[in-house]
Design a protein around this ligand. Structure first.
Ligand code: 6PG
Length: 252
């Protein structure tokens, strides 16, 4: 499938801490702004380890716009097919660092039922997700260019009807359930969060592939119609990106 080239908005920071602080400001501001306009805000959380400090920042709220968390519906970009208390569960990570620290009702959290059969979990999550676009999707980046649980050369990349798919990471044991490319490109806004020297090479490739009509890396395929893709990166991950004119954007 040919895609329209897209230039993501690059948010460089002068430090890793600055990247997390800047992303927290951005997300909180979106939650405040849209919550007032549209009533409810549909936020999809990223998994993995990178988002942990961001979620702690959002839960603490220090120096952030005051978010009315009662207006936020929490979804997940993907989940490993494990129980919610498993060490590898994205839900467990999000609950420990964010959801369990917020004044929200259980009904606001739309968990992927990782302990179910992957196909059944995908079907029930798709029902729960419905057809309304997500307002903001937080995503990480794997060193092979995957995002959520959409992996290079995976069959799930050719799925453009379903909004939720089951998949498998060739390098890890657990089956996965993930938002599909359709759900991601239907989102109003995408925020990638990438930090660490081990992501520098893949981030550079993803940046380049966003300019290609036929990208090979799943992260570079995430091109919402409105083009709102933000890359929040720390200096280590940004090391191989084209140098900006002038200095790095100062941390907030
Ligand atoms: C997952 C994530 C996955 C993650 C990347 C980066 O369930 O693992 O959805 O896409 O964001 O693999 O993981 P780290 O943040 O741990 O580097």
């Amino acid at each position: 499938m040919r895609l329209s080239p897209l230039t993501p908005t690059l948010h460089r920071s002068a430090s890793t801490e600055g990247m997390y602080a800047g992303t927290a400001q951005f997300v909180a501001a979106r939650l405040v702004a849209a919550g007032g306009l549209r009533g409810r805000f549909r936020l999809a959380l990223a998994g993995g380890s990178t988002p942990r400090p961001l979620y702690r920042h959002l839960a603490a709220g220090d120096g952030l716009p005051a978010v009315d968390w009662s207006k936020v519906d929490f979804f997940f970009g993907d989940e490993r097919c494990v129980p919610p208390d498993h060490a590898d569960s994205n839900y467990r990570m999000a609950h420990e660092t964010l959801l369990g620290r917020l004044p929200i009702r259980p009904a606001q959290v739309h968990r992927i039922i990782g302990e179910d059969d992957p196909r059944a979990a995908a079907a029930s999550y798709q029902d729960e997700l419905g057809e309304r676009p997500l307002d903001l999707v937080l995503l990480g980046l794997g060193s092979d260019g995957h995002t959520a649980s959409l992996f290079p050369r995976g069959r799930e990349l050719s799925e453009w009807q379903a909004r939720v798919v089951s998949s498998r990471n060739p390098l890890q044991p657990h089956r996965r359930v993930s938002l599909s490319l359709r759900a991601l490109v239907e989102a109003r806004e995408i925020c990638f969060l990438v930090c660490g020297v081990d992501k520098a090479a893949v981030l550079s490739k993803v940046w380049t592939e966003f300019g290609h009509e036929q990208p090979t890396l799943p992260a570079a395929m995430v091109r919402p119609a409105g083009g709102a893709v933000h890359l929040f990166v720390d200096p280590l991950a940004a090391a191989l990106l084209p140098q900006p004119p002038g200095d790095a954007i100062p941390d907030p």
